[in-house]
Design a protein around this ligand. Sequence first.
Ligand SMILES: Nc1ncnc2c1ncn2[C@@H]1O[C@H](COP(=O)(O)OP(=O)(O)O)[C@@H](O)[C@H]1O
Ligand SMILES: [Mg+2]
Length: 192
Amino acid sequence: MKNIVIFGAPGAGKGTQSDKMIEKYGLGHISTGDVLRSEIKNGTELGKIAKGFIDNGQLIPDELMIDILANVYDSFGKEHKGVIFDGFPRTIPQAEALKKMLAERGHVVAAMIELAVPEKELMSRLINRGKISGRSDDNAETIQKRLNVYHEQTSPLIDWYSKEGIHHHVEGLGTVDEIFSRIESVIDALED
Ligand SMILES: Nc1ncnc2c1ncn2[C@@H]1O[C@H](COP(=O)(O)OP(=O)(O)O)[C@@H](O)[C@H]1O
Ligand SMILES: [Mg+2]
C-alpha cells in the first residue's frame, strides 16, 4: 500500500506528474480539484457551495473537504495499491484529518513528494493553462490569490511532513520526463 501525497503550488505539475504515476504504478488518483469541479458541473448542492469559494481563490472549509475525501477514498475499495492525493491536504488541520482518516482504516501516507517550482514559472504555466483549460480560476488575479493562499496556508505542510519523516523534495523545473524520473527515484526507494 503506497499512498502518496503529491504536493506543490498551483501550476507545480501535480496533475501532470500524477498521470505518469498512475500509469507506471497503478495507483488510484484523488484530485480534490477535479472532484469539486465535477460537482460544480453537475450542479449539485455541494458544487454550489464549492463554486463560491473556488471562484474567489479561497479554500473549501476543512470539514467539508475531509468528508468528500473519505467518500472518494473508500470508493477505491480495499484492494487498491494505494492512491495519489493531489491537491489535498492544503492546510495543517487537513493533514491531521487525513492521517486520522487513514489510521482508522489501518493505512498511512507513505511519502509526501514536494514539486518545487519558482513563482515566475508557476504564473506563466497557469496563464498558459487558462488559455486552454477554461478553468474559471486560471486568470491573473485569481492565480495571484491562490499563490498567496498557498504561501500562507499550504506551504507550512512542508515542515509538518518533514517532522513526520516522509517529506521528499523534488526539483519541479525541467521536462515532464526529467521530473518524473526524479519522482521514480523517490517511489522506488519506498519500502513495500
Ligand atoms: N515540467 C513542466 N514544464 C512546463 N510546463 C509544465 C510542466 N509540468 C506541467 N506543466 C504545465 O503547467 C500547467 C500546470 O500543470 P498542472 O499539472 O495542471 O499543475 P497542478 O496540478 O500542480 O496545478 C499545465 O498547463 C501543464 O501543462
Ligand atoms: Mg492540478
